[in-house]
Structure formats: C-alpha cells, structure tokens
Design a protein around this ligand. Structure first.
Ligand SMILES: [Zn+2]
Length: 296
C-alpha cells in the first residue's frame, strides 16, 4: 500500500515536471513575495491573516503556492494564473484580454484579483458572505495571483502561451522561456549570489526596498482614485517588461547564458519586491475597511 502510494506520488511528480512552466513564479518566487509582504502588514491585517489561516499558523508565505498545488483538481482555476495579450502587442487591455480560451469574461489573473478582493471585502458588509465564500481560499488565491501578475511572462503573448512554447537552453539545460522567468533566473541567482539560501536572497531584496527603491514605494502602493485594488497597471507593466526584457534575444533555439541572466535578474528582483509591497498594501486596505465596517 505504502509503495503503491509512493509510486503514484512519484508519477504525479514526474507528470508535474513534464508540464512545463505552468506553475507561475516557482515556489521560491511566491514564497519571496509573501515573505516580503508579511514585513509590511499592519496589525489589523496580520490579525485577519492569522484568523483566516489557522492551519498555517497565520504564516502567509507557507501557503503562497497553494493555488498552484490545487490547479489540477480545481481545473476552473487554471486560467486565473495569467492573462495573454495578442501577439507582439506590448499593451494589455482588460476588456480585450481578460477571458479564458472559451471566451468567458473575467477569467484571467486580473479578473481573479478583483474577484477575491471583493470576496474578502464583502465579508464584513454582508454576514451571508462568510457562508457564501471560502475566505481562507480567497486570501490564498489573492496572495498567489498578486505574485503571478508581476511575473512578466504571465502577461505574455497568446501565440506562444506566455513563452511556454519558446524552447531554449538555459546555459546547458533545455527548457522554455516561461520556465526561465518562473524558476531558472531565481534558481541561478540563489546558487551564484546567495549561497543557495532563499532567506538571504529575500533579505537582499528587502534591503533594496529600504535603500534603493525607497522613493518609489509610495507610487508602487498607490491605487488610482483611492480604489482598494488596481491590478491593471501591474499587468501593463508586466507585458511591457516581457517585450523589453523577456522576449528580447530569446527565440526558439536560443541559448541563454550570463548576458541574459545578469541583465534580467534585476528585473526579477524588482518585480518580487513590487509584488510583496503591493500585496501588503492591498491586504492593509482590505482589512482596514473590514475593521471599520465591523465596528459600525
Ligand atoms: Zn500561479
């Protein structure tokens, strides 16, 4: 029985590895985003997170990849991890682009961010919504998708499925461009610069936030017209970065090495930082309004 189970777990793992690049930022990227966010949460938001994640002991980072783990049995959630734009158009447009392959509207990463924000916000407006929605799942989805929308190739071209069909070599290893941006740049950075220790990489990004990017933080956090959530500019930034950095000099058959790695790593690190800071700002806004409404 035990070996049988191990066999199936093994099969599932092999299968997962055979399906390239569909996992969003890799586990490490998502962990980094949520870890960075945790450092900027207000007391109200921390308390709400703790309440909604009892099994995880309130540790947001440990559940940040949950949405990828359930993608195979919650199949409807697959299209919520990305949004595709028409080929070679480096601009994103919610109405044009946010749908799944069957044309169902709002079924994309930005649509999902609006939806799960609304679910969490409505929890204290409407006592029924605590029954209507699974708020623990809403928080885990939202935290994951804020990460995904910052990965430039999660807002890539439809024709190559956000770089998934662009087969390249990362140094000597055969992979695809999407996977490079989800995982390989981060993995190479860990090995080359951070002694294979994710905590050290996260600390370096946190230092950059307080030193180099300090003046940019308020613009990262702000939402136009005082809205609670504004994922559309994040998607626009991503497709712009996809055109400027991800797709450039990376076509099928390319070998990507030091030049590509060293020029793109700063982009990846800044996107992880922005995602973390913005996730915290969003949760702080959501849970402030909840407290206020709850007190009325
Ligand atoms: Zn994802």
């Amino acid at each position: 029985m035990f070996w049988n189970e191990l066999f199936w777990i093994g099969r599932a793992l092999v299968l997962l590895q055979l399906i390239p690049g569909i996992l969003g930022w890799g586990k490490q990227g998502h962990f980094a985003v949520c870890k960075i966010a945790e450092g900027y949460l207000t007391e109200d938001a921390l308390a709400a997170v703790k309440l909604l994640l009892p099994d995880a002991g309130g540790d947001l980072a440990s559940v940040c990849s949950w949405a990828d783990e359930v993608k195979f049995h919650l199949r409807w959630s697959g299209p919520l991890h990305y949004v595709d734009t028409p080929d070679f158009r480096c601009k994103y447009d919610y109405c044009r682009d946010c749908h799944d392959t069957h044309g169902h509207e709002n079924m994309c990463v930005t649509g999902a961010i609006y939806n799960y924000t609304m679910q969490l916000l409505s929890a204290y407006n409407d006592s029924n919504s605590q029954m209507k929605y699974n708020l623990t799942e809403a928080l885990m989805f939202l935290s994951h998708f804020i990460g995904d929308v910052h990965q430039p190739l999660h807002v890539g071209f439809l024709g190559d499925l956000g770089g998934n069909t662009i087969v390249i070599r990362w140094y000597r290893r055969k992979t695809n461009l999407h996977h490079v941006w989800d995982n390989m740049i981060i993995e190479s950075a860990l090995k080359t610069f951070y002694g294979s220790d994710l905590a050290i990489m996260i600390q370096a990004i946190q230092r950059n936030i307080t030193d180099s990017w300090f003046n940019e933080i308020s613009s990262w956090k702000s939402c136009t017209s005082d809205r609670t959530v504004c994922p559309d500019p994040y998607a626009s930034e991503s497709v712009h970065l996809a055109c400027k950095f991800a797709y450039r000099n990376a076509t099928t058959g390319s070998t990507l090495g030091d030049d590509y790695f060293l020029s793109r790593l700063p982009v990846v690190e800044k996107r992880l930082a922005q995602a973390g800071v913005r996730l915290a700002a969003l949760l702080n806004r959501i849970f402030v309004s909840q407290t206020l409404i709850a007190q009325e």
